[in-house]
Design a protein around this ligand. Sequence first.
Ligand SMILES: Cc1ncc(COP(=O)(O)O)c(C=O)c1O
Length: 411
Amino acid sequence: MSSGARSATPIGDLLHLRAARVVPGGIYGHTDASMLWSGAPKFVKRAQGCRFWDADGREYIDLMCSWGPILHGHGHPVVEEAVARQASQVDCGNAPTAAFVELAELFVDTVEHADWAMFAKNGTDVVTLATGLARARTGKQIILTPEGSHHGRLPPRYTSERTSASDRLHRTVFRFNDLTSVEERLIAHSGNVAGVLVPAFLHNAGEDQELPHPEFVRGLRRLCDIYDAVLIVDDVRAGFRLTNGCSWEQFGVEPDLSAWSKAIANGYPISALLGTDAMREVARTVFIAGSFWMSGVPMAAAIATINVLNADDGLGRMRDRGEQLVQGLREQADRYGLGVRVTGPVTMPYLRFIDDADLAVTERWAAEVANGGVFLHPRHNWFISTAHTVADIDHILEASDRAFSVIAGRM
Ligand SMILES: Cc1ncc(COP(=O)(O)O)c(C=O)c1O
């Protein structure tokens, strides 16, 4: 990878200093690269396909895909053309555009359990809507979620950290893949569990990822039916990276609601809440609105994104590239005698070193990979896109091989 001209103080660091004066903490949330190794890309200047350039002109192959949204590579021509066409007419208008109806129809055609669709902006919006609808439909209060699972930052009751006593009152946790722990919670809060909110698979930050057991998925559906709780699949992160429909379709299970965002519009801001007919009446009667939720441009982008995914077996290609990457990483670590675990679906893998509780070694490895021109995160799963080619994965594996050799002390 080529590296751009470097000033004495990197431009990214200068921008960060300026930001710190006018923004609390400088950069906030998950994009705060100042928590990573010195020299990690703090600001992005440009992106194309599966590559991006940081503020200092350093080029990286992008294994984070903007933390999920980029499904077909940055600036995909079909998506950009749809965006330009819609933008030349109207984006934020007084009423929805035709794209609103077309996108809802496309989701209903594409996702098995979906009889209807509604749209918002962020994952948090639709997760919040889903839990609100579950409460409104059942007249109950408590939402069950797996220990440690992330479903958005607001309201705090759905996060695992810094929750207040009143927040905890309305949220109770169970162990992922452990049906007994779900039933215990349902019994302990008898008659007051409105819904079970569950991610497509467990992707807690900095931990090995855990795929759902089919019997857990089917059992959860059964328990929700028995206890009249709404089953909500949070597909915000995994949607369209595991299947062309809801991630739990592969187990023959249909949730009552599913929440989507990230990948559905190749980077344009939109989220979707999909539901069954049984949830239609409550969704119709609760007042749901947001200033930008009807914007036409992200809807046009979503239609193009989904059509591109289905047109040329994008999922199959992502799986092949993911398999190439995961197998290559395991083989390299073995060769260097290093203990690592590569977990999760191959299209959303995560690697951490064994016996690396504070992830210090994993981070050192990620920093070495970045020196080879590849950006991946030491505490968060990565994302494959349809834009990654065999040659790109080969390049990533060259960088990872060098990084393993440094960790093994052989350079
Ligand atoms: C599974 C899951 N649900 C919900 C959210 C929240 O989405 P957003 O950050 O767009 O509000 C995220 C974000 O990472 C997520 O991974």
